[in-house]
Ligand binder design. Sequence first.
Ligand code: PLP
Length: 375
Amino acid sequence: MSGREFSARVEAISISGIREVFEAAGEDAINLGLGQPDFPAPAHARQAAVEAIEAGKADAYTGNKGIEPLREAIAAKHERDQGVAVDPGDVIATAGGSEALHLAMEAHVDAGQEVIFPDPGFVSYDALTKVAGGTPKPVPLRDDLTLDPAAVEDAITDDTAMFVVNSPGNPTGAVSPEDDVREFARIADEHDVVCLSDEVYEPFVFEGDHHSPISYADTDSVVVVNGCSKTYSMTGWRLGWVTASTRRIERMLRVHQYIQACASAPAQYAAEAALTGPQGVVGEMRETFEERRNLLLDRFSEMGVEVPTPKGAFYAMPKVPEGFVDACIDRGVIVVPGEAFGDGGAGHARLSYANDTESLREALDVMEGVLADLR
Ligand code: PLP
């Protein structure tokens, strides 16, 4: 009998620091910690799920990769937004972008291999690397919080399995410019490492356009993760996808079929409708996020707080004095300490402005008071 109760891989990870913050705050707190848009899911997406359920279409397992019309809609989206021809067979519908990230890690990372990702970066990159048995290799960001391709290239060793690009980024709101994205594509091609491009905030870009390495690299170099959670405000539906070359999809499918079998059938029908229906809701969300971002930047500038201008997503990372996060939480405003996203987040707080504008104004007033007291 083994004396060890749990795997070393699971002992290496812990419950996300973001959760701890929520649990510390009162019920009436204004929550600027949540990475969830404050909009309803599109009515036509909900309706499609209801119809699928009532027609009895959602009772059974779907194919492992997901229903064909959904994967066709995802392929059409790649063609429309990124100018790349994707075979619907090279897409797997997953339980959120989260499962897609997990599949990518499990299929590509061996014990002892390294995964390079942004620091500060989304919490799952570090944790899922460890779950796959790999070694996290966080790379510090530039002052404007974008990921420097030169820093990625310098971090690559013979043991590197993969590097992660996340633009627009969580927790930073940073958007990689086209030149950098072209560099990521070149690096993946030249060094024979996989570029995992996490594009779940794709439509929320306020200045310039979104660029994906998949538009510039060899088909086999890039694995794209995306989903409905952020784009269509459908976090609870748990529907994402992964797109990659045929052989990479085949390897990820091996894992997906055993851990998931298939994504939830009603959610797949809802996602198909979201992707093929009117896209106006997405533009409305982008405009609203941009207005709130501008409000936040104006107020922080008045307060004399330095904040790298977020060009996308719905996050900002102001530089804050010690004690700021705890004092905000004490006064009923939940913000997340930058360190929750890696050592590179130290000295920053992460705010999500996926909260109604009135609450955001109130929260900014509270922050102004906190700063006055701390100075
Ligand atoms: N990637 C990033 C950068 C995220 O911020 C999130 C959620 O916060 C995800 C992926 C996963 O989202 P979901 O599993 O809801 O698609």
